[in-house]
Design a protein around this ligand. Sequence first.
Ligand SMILES: C[S@@+](CC[C@H](N)C(=O)[O-])C[C@H]1O[C@@H](n2cnc3c(N)ncnc32)[C@H](O)[C@@H]1O
Length: 247
Amino acid sequence: MPETAEDRTDRDEEPFRREIVSFTRRGGRLSERQQDAWDDVAERFVVDVPRGRTSTSVAEGFTLDPSELFGRSAPLVLEIGSGRGESLVHAARENPGTDFLGLEVYVPGVAQTLIGLRHAGVENVRLAVVDAVPALTRMLPEQCLEELRVWFPDPWHKTRHHKRRMVTDDFVPLVRRVLRPGGTWRLATDWQDYADQMLEVLGRAEGFTTSGDWAERFAGRPVTRFEAKGTAKGRTIRDLSATRMTA
Ligand SMILES: C[S@@+](CC[C@H](N)C(=O)[O-])C[C@H]1O[C@@H](n2cnc3c(N)ncnc32)[C@H](O)[C@@H]1O
């Protein structure tokens, strides 16, 4: 049987690195176009994050000031795992009065996003090559977000890998910390078993209200290549949402 990314994870993990993360660092080679976009606009759009021990960590004491980062004060939407940036660039183009921050640990994905940004001519996006966990724990200020979006997080479908899933009870306090009261947490997945887990997590999430059922497809979410692949395989796309309580 061919080796999968998840199998490789078990072998490739750096020996000193004990904490469980929701991603694998896949090949970091940029295509010529990606490198060109990176050289051209990364300085403008990619946040220079001081690191701790690893290349996706955040140095202790570093916090981001969104109004300084974007050069204005506007509602801020965060997308975790922005991938190739299809949703992020679409949203930024449709909503010029809102600022969008994408967190993505896959550097070629970030470079691909830069190609999209350049092409669309949008300015209201910033990207950070950073693990969402330290970003939500300490890099972002409390209650700075209008919305937090998690589109198609890695499903980690094998039971022994479920511990790597991002959307768990332990993740809830991190989201609660950064979302403003009244703000929205949106999710989508094509993996039914993960959708069921998300529904349970949201249903018991302290400080959030949710319908207890699937949400309507979010109108601001375009069909990404990732979603199209899931649909082609006959999977049902599930949207979910929860609102941060005001009191
Ligand atoms: C399955 S892909 C989906 C990408 C995109 N949202 C889409 O719909 O096309 C999940 C992405 O999340 C990123 N990711 C996983 N865990 C992450 C984390 N802790 N912080 C930031 N990005 C993460 C992965 O690198 C990957 O690009």
